[in-house]
Design a protein around this ligand. Structure first.
Ligand code: GDP
Ligand code: MG
Length: 403
């Protein structure tokens, strides 16, 4: 058969190389105005950069529905093709998921790699998975993504290998490969189950401590906050999904110990298979007594990001828990939105008004901070302490104190 479907995380991560030049393509639909569509593309550009590609241009098209054949209209596809040829573009990235046949048709026309948001996120995850669990989860998601697309992948490989000595595969080979991929999926699922069982035992052994989980959209400052609170050194990077695995640290405030976990970031349109695969990683969130939902206040779409996080939590069956809403990057917010002509007092009034409106709008306790400049970090600690103490008292009502 001559083809090895054993695409490991490592192989997959060579998918994108540092020097690659990309163009982005998005649709402006009825529900999205141009500003929103562009902000989505900003995020896609950031994803591309995280994966190692430089964005050279963006193409948008105003339509009600994606085109069945090319996702964009055929005229637009031609326009993209001309740009791709002129500027020697390596890959074209679509903001929405393409059907297998759309991807195939587009590759035929554009003659370069065609990716969608899912591909890109999978690639980043593959690159960043560190533990056996994360690697297995990513591989499983890759296989599940691959299964309906086996045919599309063939055309891709044929072209990459210049077609030399390689005739187009017949239906029979595709069937065989489907079976191999299905077996592989089952294998990975078994392996994951075993790893999860071990994790469960480990989690049970941590029973006596109150657990606090940090959740939030990607790149909002989860790892930075974790580092500040636990004085540890996790990777913080201005990249999406710098950390994939749940990290847990024992933290002590005064004499009150608790466990703090940093989880994978949430993102809009996270590929379905990835959400499924990563649910076990998010198990930590489910079993925590308290959630810290951290938000990047300086991001223009922060409200929508909050919604994405809330929806994902709900879909995972995370019930209501005491929640501390941490609105982060106050320093950037000031820089972006405050005029130099305002007096300090006026600025403080505006921040107070903002806090009040956020308190009204969101459930839970609200605090505005800058993890970077440490503004209001003591306040955050005090609020969190009080919440943890309440939990200890709820759990051990017969004890006067938790220590
Ligand atoms: P995570 O993806 O949510 O874990 O986010 P990280 O902790 O990795 O932070 C993402 C980026 O935001 C990094 O470049 C941080 O240095 C930066 N960052 C975090 N907190 C702040 C803050 O309060 N102000 C500013 N300006 N940047 C911050
Ligand atoms: Mg992180």
């Amino acid at each position: 058969m001559g083809t090895d479907w054993n695409i490991s995380s490592k192989d997959q991560s060579t998918f994108l190389n540092q020097e690659e030049k990309a163009v982005l393509v998005g649709l402006i639909t009825k529900e999205e105005d141009e500003v929103t569509a562009n902000e989505y593309l900003d995020e896609l550009e950031f994803l591309a950069l995280t994966a190692g590609a430089i964005t050279m241009a963006r193409f948008t098209q105003r339509v009600d529905h994606p085109d069945k054949k090319y996702f964009v209209g055929s005229g637009k596809a031609q326009e993209i093709k001309e740009y791709v040829d002129q500027y020697e573009i390596d890959l074209v990235i679509f903001d929405d998921d393409l059907s297998p046949s759309q991807a195939q048709n587009l590759e035929k026309v554009l003659k370069v790699k065609v990716l969608d948001r899912s591909n890109l996120i999978l690639d980043i995850f593959a690159n960043r998975a560190q533990t056996a669990q994360a690697r297995t989860q990513v591989e499983l998601a890759q296989m599940q993504y691959l299964l309906p697309r086996l045919r599309g992948l063939w055309t891709h490989l044929e072209r990459q290998q210049g077609g030399i000595g390689m005739r187009g595969p017949g239906e029979k080979e595709i069937e065989t490969d489907r079976r191999i991929v299905r077996d592989k999926i089952r294998n990975l699922q078994d392996r994951l189950e075993k790893i999860e069982l071990q994790g469960e035992t480990r989690r049970k052994n941590r029973g006596q401590y109150i657990r606090v989980a940090i959740v939030g959209y990607t790149n909002v400052g989860k790892s930075s906050l974790m580092n500040q609170l636990s004085k540890s050194e996790l990777l913080e990077e201005n990249k999406l999904f710098a950390t994939l695995d749940t990290t847990i640290r024992k933290v002590v405030f005064g004499r009150m110990p608790f466990l703090l976990s940093d989880t994978v970031g949430f993102i809009r349109k996270l590929p379905h298979h990835l959400v499924e695969s990563f649910k076990s990683t998010l198990e930590e969130t489910k079993e925590s007594e308290i959630l810290i939902h951290i938000v990047d206040l300086s991001h223009p779409l922060y409200e929508e990001q909050i919604e994405t996080v809330q929806k994902t939590l709900a879909s995972m069956g995370v019930e209501q828990k005491p929640i501390l809403m941490v609105f982060n990057k106050l320093d950037l917010y000031r820089e972006k939105y405050f005029d130099d002509l305002l007096t300090d007092e006026e600025k403080e009034n505006l921040i107070n008004e903002l806090r009040e409106s956020l308190e009204k709008k969101y459930e839970g306790q609200v605090v505005l901070v800058s993890v970077r400049t440490k503004e209001n970090m003591q306040k955050l600690r005090d609020m969190l302490s009080a919440m943890i103490e309440t939990e200890y008292q709820r759990r051990y009502p017969y004890k006067a104190k938790y220590w």
